[in-house]
Design a protein around this ligand. Structure first.
Ligand code: PAF
Length: 283
């Protein structure tokens, strides 16, 4: 695996692959890699001749009181994991390399109909930071295909919309959520949880499954289903953020007529804010 930290060296390296018409798949990450990320690499290897991963903790997507400084940086372990999984190229730019003049971006990419909802309401500016850095990374790597985990379903929709609106020739693939044995979605932020909190955290997926079963059994009282889920989460030690039954395509609140649904949730446990979702079609 080649590890490259400048845009110009990466472009030089990828130039040959592009001349040879190799299919390039891209997996952007912020590092602190777990099995979920590595499954994105597996998927990328199925799709392409050359797999590029990036590790960049993007300051633009963190709020002033969020964990940018404390975000775990585990470069050596990440490099090892990517190498053993068969990744071909690792791009690890510095903040100066990505945002040379100002440490932030003067051009931003905003996806207005999605970026203020749900996680965007709790984390103002977050999705603008994500859309901006991902469009920059797409410009640098120029992949044919990019793989994102569906745990961040709102992020996935933002990136899909941004790619389509900016006419970027990148196919976006959403990969299934990787879970621990107790159902907890794998996340870099699970590292903030104690052993007992890791057990309690299983309630997040359990609440999503219970809400789905209620809807599938014909219960159409969405407000009550959401409130019961919030209470179950509080009972397991979580603090509320949101638990919402929405339309899958645009995350607007679902009505009784909607069939393609996503139940999306975020909640605080100990020092972590966890997110998860479940997507399905009602008969
Ligand atoms: O999901 C992430 O790890 C980040 O939001 C991403 C897509 C790498 C952009 O910084």
């Amino acid at each position: 695996m080649h590890t490259i930290d400048t845009i110009s060296h990466l472009r030089d390296y990828l130039w040959q692959a592009k001349l040879e018409h190799k299919v390039i798949a891209f997996v952007p990450t912020m590092g602190n890699l777990h099995e979920g990320h590595l499954q994105l690499i597996d998927r990328a290897l199925e799709e392409a001749d050359l797999v590029v991963a990036s590790i960049f903790v993007n300051p633009l997507q963190f709020g002033p009181r969020e964990d940018f400084n404390g975000y775990p940086r585990t470069f050596m372990a990440d490099q090892e994991k990517l190498m053993s999984r068969g990744c071909h190229v690792l791009f690890t730019p510095t903040v100066d390399e990505m945002y040379p003049d100002t440490k932030i971006s003067s051009t931003i990419v905003k996806v207005p109909h999605l970026d203020h909802l749900l996680c965007g309401a709790t984390r103002p500016g977050h999705f603008t930071g994500v859309a901006t850095v991902v469009s920059k990374l797409f410009g640098i790597v120029q992949p044919d295909v990019a793989i994102f985990g569906l745990k961040d379903f709102q992020q996935f929709l933002v990136i899909q919309q941004m790619t389509s609106d900016l006419c970027l020739p990148v196919r976006i693939i959403g990969a299934a959520i990787a879970r621990a044995e107790n159902g907890l979605a794998l996340s870099s932020r699970n590292g903030y949880l104690s052993t007992s909190e890791l057990q309690q955290a299983a309630q997040l997926q359990a609440s999503l499954v219970a809400a789905r079963l209620a809807l599938e059994s014909g219960n159409a009282d969405m407000q009550t289903i959401e409130e019961e889920a919030q209470q179950a989460l509080e009972g397991a030690g979580f603090r509320r953020d949101y638990f919402t039954i929405c339309r899958q395509q645009d995350l607007q609140p679902a009505t009784k007529e909607d069939k393609q649904l996503a139940i999306v949730a975020a909640a605080y446990l100990g020092g972590a804010r966890l997110i998860d979702n479940i997507r399905f079609t009602l008969p």
